[in-house]
Design a binder for this molecule. Structure first.
Ligand code: FES
Ligand code: FES
Length: 156
């Protein structure tokens, strides 16, 4: 089986697996990264999002072979309990979540946006989160949280 090599949360990682398997399957089943969640399995809900380069990508429909030599960030690489990412602090401060299922993918979409655009408008945030499904109605709080994190990060 050919090895596929990529950087996962900053760590060089080799995977020996069928290159047609989904990245999500490899992350969760083989590499112990259980933050990206399996929701629809069809690229529609964003629960499985990871950052590849500076874009949020659905890992469930991304084949392993396509991430060779790429930089991948999962929610595990964003922050920790000891050192939360500003987005994680802002989501708590704005009480912007009700479930733990969709939120890792939403934080990943927001983090990818802030990588590309550190000073987004409300419309930019809405567009970036447009493909993440949240069924509990927390959208407005999430947008406020992303703007709060952006302001905090801009202030240094
Ligand atoms: S599980 Fe990947 S987009 Fe829904
Ligand atoms: S926070 Fe997960 S469904 Fe709304």
């Amino acid at each position: 089986m050919p090895k596929v090599r990529f950087r996962l949360n900053g760590v060089e990682t080799d995977v020996d697996a069928d290159p047609d398997r989904s990245l999500l399957d490899i992350l969760r089943g083989q590499l112990g990264m259980i933050g990206p969640h399996f929701g629809c399995g069809a690229g529609e809900c964003g629960a499985c999002n990871v950052i590849i380069g500076d874009r949020a990508v659905t890992a469930c429909d991304t084949p392993l072979w396509s991430v060779a030599d790429k930089d991948i960030t999962t929610i595990e690489g964003l922050g920790s309990i000891e050192q939360p990412h500003p987005l994680q602090r802002a989501f708590i401060a704005e009480q912007a979540l009700q479930c733990g299922y969709c939120v890792p993918g939403i934080l990943i979409s927001a983090a990818a946006l802030l990588k590309r655009n550190p000073t987004p408008s409300s419309a930019d945030v809405k567009e970036a989160l447009d493909r993440n499904l949240c069924r509990c109605g927390s959208h407005n709080r999430m947008v406020r949280a992303v703007l709060r994190a952006a302001a905090e990060m801009a202030a240094g």
